[in-house]
Design a protein around this ligand. Sequence first.
Ligand code: IMP
Length: 179
Amino acid sequence: MVSEEEIRKRVAALGKQIAADYRGMPLTLVGVLKGAFLFMGDLIREIELELMVDFVEISTYGDRAHSSGVIRINKDLKYCAEGSHVLIVEDIVDTGLTMRYLVKHLQIHHPLSIKICTLLRKEKQGGQDVQVDYVGFKLTDEFVVGYGLDYAGKFRNLKDIRAVPKHVYENEEKHDESH
Ligand code: IMP
């Protein structure tokens, strides 16, 4: 769906835009594990600013392709985000539930601001309204893997982003799925 070269170019452009927007400001990038680890690694090297890097780990109860909306934070921020702008770095925003939950949670750390940067954004009807400030690519309703994104814990190491055929993930049983 998205080639290695397209990802590289888009991540570079996002990095430039973020650097221009946050120049002269204290900035903490908060990566959402595990899906955003590759995107985070590439993105920070395209942002020519002094910045802090932190991670949260989130899991959602549901089947592999459909979130139930029950979200849990497995690992919180290590550093205090108070006095810094926070930019959340996510792999994919689907319904927006996870991001709404995380933004609310991060507010207890009293950052100067909270914005969201996602590599992929699914656009479909009936999703939760969440403001995403930086979007790499827009998708419709495919379930995708690669470049950090998984299906059943696998395929994170693909260099490009590929769609999983619908019949593969239909009729799955519910379980606790780490991002
Ligand atoms: P949301 O809460 O519905 O926005 O779901 C966001 C989370 O669901 C992401 O952080 C991913 O972990 C997971 N997710 C949603 N769609 C996909 C996909 O197409 N491939 C892999 N993971 C996905």
